[in-house]
Design a protein around this ligand. Structure first.
Ligand code: AMP
Length: 181
């Protein structure tokens, strides 16, 4: 099973991806987690990504695409994966298509988690991550609207989009997700 999780920051993609990945025994691939780890370890990738992540901006496509290519070529991805936080703009979505084509793979569906904006802000403020201060949260939501939200139409036009109401208790969302797949 190969899934792409879409949705604004704070929609619960990471939580749901972790649960489903465990249930299905497939890797949960979160570009945000990979970048945060690289930043903590001060790797070359982390040093280049840090200022963008701290500001709530997207990390340049070249960096993120290189890290995804490397990750998708790992042997543990053979039976499937859940992508959480990638692609985040149309150029990344096009690159993912090309990459999967070259690997003779495809995704089964794209899941969009819908949550009202005021709930997102509240959730992120409660999460207490370093990039969860108010100014950065506001910028991340703007970047989502400008860059990532267009992917909803992109995938809808391919008839592979499923919509999940993310404004429910975690277990309810997990159940709805399982039923929709
Ligand atoms: P996330 O944990 O998915 O909300 O990601 C945290 C931060 O990592 C984002 O605000 C971006 O700065 C960066 N990031 C994660 N995924 C991507 C991506 N696909 N493209 C560019 N930047 C990303």
């Amino acid at each position: 099973m190969r899934l792409i999780f879409l949705g604004p920051p704070g929609a619960g993609k990471g939580t749901q991806a972790a649960t489903l990945a465990e249930l299905r025994q497939i890797p949960h691939i979160s570009t945000g987690d990979i970048l945060r780890k690289a930043i903590a370890n001060q790797t070359p990738l982390g040093l280049q990504a840090k200022s963008h992540v701290d500001a709530g901006e997207l990390v340049p496509d070249t960096l993120v695409i290189a890290l995804m290519k490397e990750r998708l070529e790992q042997p543990d991805t053979k039976n499937g994966w859940i992508l959480d936080g990638f692609p985040r703009n149309l150029s990344q979505a096009d690159t993912l298509d090309q990459l999967l084509q070259s690997m003779r793979q495809t995704y089964d569906c794209v899941v969009n988690f819908e949550v009202p904006t005021e709930v997102l802000v509240e959730r992120m403020l409660g999460r207490g991550r370093k990039d969860d201060n108010e100014a950065t949260i506001r910028r991340r939501l703007e970047v989502y609207q400008e860059e990532t939200a267009p992917l909803i139409n992109f995938y809808q036009s391919r008839q592979c989009l499923k919509v999940i109401d993310g404004n429910c208790p975690v277990d309810t969302v997990t159940q709805a997700l399982q039923e929709s797949l």
